[in-house]
Write a protein that binds this ligand. Sequence first.
Ligand code: URA
Length: 237
Amino acid sequence: MRIDKMLANLGYGSRKEVKKLLKDGAVTINERVVKDAKEQVDPNADHVTLYGEVIEYKEYIYLLMNKPPGVISATEDGYDETVIDLLEPEDVIFSPFPVGRLDKDTEGLLLLTNDGQLAHRLLSPKKHVPKTYFAVIDQEVTEDDVAAFRLGVTLDDGYVTKPGELKILKSGITSDIELTITEGKFHQVKRMFEAVGKRVIYLQRISMGPLQLDENLELGEYRELTEEEVNQLKELP
Ligand code: URA
C-alpha cells in the first residue's frame, strides 16, 4: 500500500495534508525518512513513525458498546442522536456501523465494526447466532409462556418464530426474564411477548454469540474487542 494512503486511512489528514507531512520529513519507514507519497509500505510488517511516534495500522475496528436508551442504532439519522455520535473521532474515521439494530429504547450490547464480512455472517439468518436479552415484563410470566416460546409463537404478521429459550428470573406483578433467540426479526422480543398477551417494559441485550455485555461499561460507553473476542467471532461456525 502507498504510504500516503496508509496515513490518510488512519486519519492523519487528507492525501494532500499527508503529502505535506511527508515533504516535511515527518515520516519514517524502517528508520529511513520517506518523502515520496508513492513509497510502498507493508502496514503489517514495516515500522512506520510520524514525528517519532510509532504508527500502528489496522484495517478493521471492532467496538463493544453498552447502548443507552434514546439513541438510534444507525450511522445517520436526520433527527435523533445515533450510536456513531457517541464515538470518539479517532474511531469514527474507520467508518464503523452497528451490526444489527436495537430499538431506540433498548439498551445493552451493540457491536460496531467496519468488517462487512463479519457483520454479514453474524446477521445471516442461516447462522442462527444466539442473542440473549434481559427484560422486565408488565405481568406474571408463566411456565405456559416458557412452553409456548420453546415451540415458537405466532407474531402479529403470521410469522412463526424459531424456538426461544425463556428463563423466568422473577415472576410477580411484573416479571424479570431472560430470553435467547436465534433470529432478529423487527421488534422480535417485544412482539413475542405481545403474542402471549404481555408487554416488555424494559429491554436490554446481554449477549450476542460469544460476546457478553461488559459490566464495566456505563450506558453510552464502549471499548475495543479483545483479540480473543475477535477470534471467537471469526471462529463462529
Ligand atoms: N427485540 C426487540 O423487540 N427490540 C430490540 O431492540 C431487540 C430485540
